[in-house]
Design a protein around this ligand. Structure first.
Ligand code: PHE
Length: 455
């Protein structure tokens, strides 16, 4: 394979732009919505510790492997795996791993945009004072109403998809890079404001000790598996997108070091989100382990009672929208790039085509709580089915195959070279050991347990 210096889709203008974009993809609903509530459900500090271990030991090495594949091939994952397999005389079937990733990203977007749509709706609700003086029941009803109104569900979901399509249609540099370099710093500033606010609640230390004091009696096998699965989702692994973003990385950037930076940034945001949310939860006597409603039902309750809650609440949901949006654009980018490579369509037309298809398919998940709540396949609504199939099947299978491809199939020297490491370096030896042995075993365990085989 001829080593391309750049991709036909464009390039990130710097290492920093790549870090922002990849962190933008990684930081999303997973960090701000899911991480706090699964930490709450799984007992706090001990779970956090296991999660950090999963990020460091499995997440970051797989992240480096995926970005490495993208940069080596400089194409969408649909073509990247095939191109590398061909140049290294491996089976052409490996291209299936890339397609699996593209399909996973595309499918995730069809339900991710529904939750991103709720976040957008909640931003407007918060700003217009809809949380003021609501009882806990009324707060629950407000979320139900939003989810169960077909018209609203479609409008908010489509709005998110249209904005996503627009940004991706403008290209890597003018669209993606511009969006992440505006939204990510704003998101981070809002998060810091939220943490500072949490310090003033008088329950900050309680929040910190919940997050950081491990009670090892609370670690369960199930908790370990949830932590590992979440490490995958949170770092956006195995969905083709890290390979896609990797294709736009300038060649002098050290991929290994940069992947460590992205992993650290994603984890810091999850921890900061926890530090912003739990003190508020404790200050208002709310329940940390109450599940997915934590930020849509519990927090608005706190916002409704606190001084300045209108602004803090609106800022919180704005932060959530920004975080979700920078993930949404990454979810469709590889489909768009693949269409451009395959059909020669202009980027804006390819984005429109991919965006329209996402919109049509998203009708299923968007209406899963209303008109289509009784339309089920394997006993699951579209929303649950798409979530289940991507998180529990496509991502783990994709991750496993990718680890096998990089660890057992590609030549070690080409892997080392692309990672800007040398084969004899300690960092590379550890990396390859993890990719060959630790990661596949860990993923297989998660996979089997999610399928209920280990339970
Ligand atoms: N990492 C994102 C989050 O935590 C979700 C995501 C998964 C984005 C896979 C892209 C690909 O919300």
């Amino acid at each position: 394979m001829v080593k391309e210096e750049s991709s036909i889709h464009g390039m990130w203008s710097s290492r920093w732009a790549f870090i922002l974009a990849a962190t933008g993809s990684a930081v999303g609903l997973g960090n701000i919505w899911k991480f706090p509530y699964i930490t709450g459900e799984n007992g706090g500090g001990a779970f956090v510790l296991v999660y950090l271990l999963c990020i460091a030991v499995v997440g970051i090495p797989i992240l480096s492997a995926e970005v490495m594949i993208g940069r080596k091939a400089r194409q969408s994952p649909g073509n990247a795996f095939g191109a590398i397999a061909k140049s290294q005389k491996l089976s052409p079937w490996w291209k299936g791993v890339g397609w699996l990733g593209i399909l996973a990203g595309f499918t995730i977007l069809t339900f991710y945009s529904v939750v991103a749509g709720w976040s957008l709706a909640y931003f407007f609700k918060a700003g217009s004072g809809a949380f003021i003086e609501k009882s806990p029941e009324a707060m629950g009803e407000m979320l139900d109403q939003l989810m169960q109104d077909p018209q609203q569900a479609i409008i908010w979901t489509f709005t998110v998809i249209l904005l996503t399509t627009y940004v991706v249609g403008r290209g890597v540099h003018k669209g993606l890079e511009k969006a992440v370099s505006t939204l990510m710093p704003m998101m981070f500033i809002i998060l810091c404001v939220m943490v500072v606010y949490a310090m003033t609640t008088g329950h900050f230390s309680e929040g910190l000790s919940f997050l950081f004091t491990p009670d090892f009696s609370k670690i369960t096998a199930e908790g370990v598996l949830i932590a590992l699965g979440h490490a995958f989702f949170s770092l956006s692994l195995a969905s083709g997108m890290m390979a896609m973003y990797g294709a736009y990385v300038p060649k002098e950037v050290s991929l290994f070091k940069t992947s460590v930076a992205i992993g650290l940034a994603d984890t810091s945001v999850a921890l900061l989100a926890g530090m912003a949310i739990f003190p508020i939860v404790f200050a208002y006597g709310l329940e940390p382990g109450q599940g997915p409603g934590l930020i849509f039902v519990t927090l608005p309750l706190a916002f409704s009672q606190m001084p300045g809650g209108l602004i803090i609440g609106a800022l919180f949901f704005l932060m959530l929208v920004f975080a979700a949006f920078t993930s949404a654009i990454s979810l469709i980018e590889s489909s768009v790039a693949w269409l451009v490579e395959r059909t020669g369509l202009s980027r804006s037309k390819a984005a429109l085509a991919a965006g329209s298809l996402v919109m049509v398919i998203s009708i299923g998940p968007a209406l899963s709580f209303s008109l289509l709540s009784d339309t089920t396949l394997f006993g699951k609504t579209f929303f649950d089915l798409f979530d289940y199939v991507t998180a529990n099947l496509m991502l783990p299978i994709g991750g496993l195959l990718m680890a096998i491809f990089v660890g057992w199939q590609m030549s070690a020297s080409s892997v080392a070279e692309e990672l800007n490491l040398s084969k004899t370096m300690m960092a590379f030896r550890i990396f390859i050991f993890i990719i060959k042995f630790i990661a596949p075993v860990a993923i297989a365990l998660v996979f089997l347990s999610k399928l209920g085989i280990l339970n």
